[in-house]
Ligand binder design. Structure first.
Ligand code: PGA
Length: 246
């Protein structure tokens, strides 16, 4: 894995936004995989700024979000769809018909998962998958456990994951949906290029295990070790438990 270190999250976000703008210039119809969470917020704002300065044109790009809560409609204030509208979609010129987010309000969640997989395939696969990482090592909502799912699937959220999403639901973990839909490990690993971003001391332990530990379903992000084109963009704090630097 290529590891690039940054002084702080602001410098990291600026560098990655520039990288994405360059990727858009090289392939205007790029297919992007997008994460939610606190980590990418600054990146999305940087992309909005680049777009405002005519340096990032999303008009022909396609996006697929990694995951969504199940049992709430897209327009729910706590949904990842709403998060994305606020932080990215309203700030850039993506064509609405090329924005893809799993529908957490779907009447048939399994069918929704199949539809999503087919849509990714129909778009030609994901060129650049951006990822965050949970402190427990999850990517998307692929939670640590005895087994992992390959394709887009329905998942029961861990208590820790529900706690870390409480801010989207008025601060109350009990209000966070118990289930979600998520791309699977294989869906993610099929992306042609993957960039994982992590900032802050709370991520140091899982970054250390992900890079230097065994590949195990107990640390879903460890599977990124088998991908040929993965870059980790870390601030110094998140890299704190790595034995080797960049
Ligand atoms: P965070 O979430 O960016 O809010 O830390 C990352 C994740 O859980 O994937």
């Amino acid at each position: 894995m290529k590891i690039t270190l940054f002084r702080d999250e602001r410098v990291l976000a600026k560098a990655l936004a520039k990288d994405i703008a360059a990727a858009l210039r090289e392939k205007p119809d790029i297919v992007l995989g997008l994460p939610t969470g606190r980590t990418p917020v600054r990146l999305y704002h940087e992309l909005g700024t680049l777009h405002a300065h005519h340096e990032a044109d999303f008009s022909r790009a396609t996006t697929f979000n990694l995951d969504e809560f199940l049992g709430i409609p897209p327009e729910h204030p706590g949904s990842y769809r709403t998060f994305m509208e606020r932080h990215l979609f309203s700030r850039v010129n993506l064509a609405p018909e090329r924005i893809n987010v799993l529908n957490g309000g779907a009447a048939n969640p399994d069918e929704e998962c199949r539809r999503y997989e087919a849509a990714i395939e129909g778009a030609g696969g994901i060129d650049l998958q951006l990822l965050g990482i949970g402190t427990n090592g999850h990517i998307g909502f692929n939670e640590p456990g005895r087994e992992l799912a390959a394709r887009t699937h329905r998942v029961t959220l861990r208590a820790s994951t529900r706690r870390s999403n409480a801010a989207l639901f008025g601060g109350d973990p009990a209000s966070v949906p118990r289930e979600a839909l998520s791309m699977g490990m294989s869906t993610i690993l099929h992306a042609r290029r993957i960039v994982l971003i992590a900032t802050g001391k709370s991520k140091a332990r899982c970054i250390g295990r992900m890079v230097e530990g065994p590949i195990t379903t107990r640390m879903p992000a460890s599977f990124l070790q088998v991908h040929a084109n993965v870059e980790l963009m870390l601030d110094d704090a998140a890299a704190g438990e790595l034995a080797v630097g960049s």
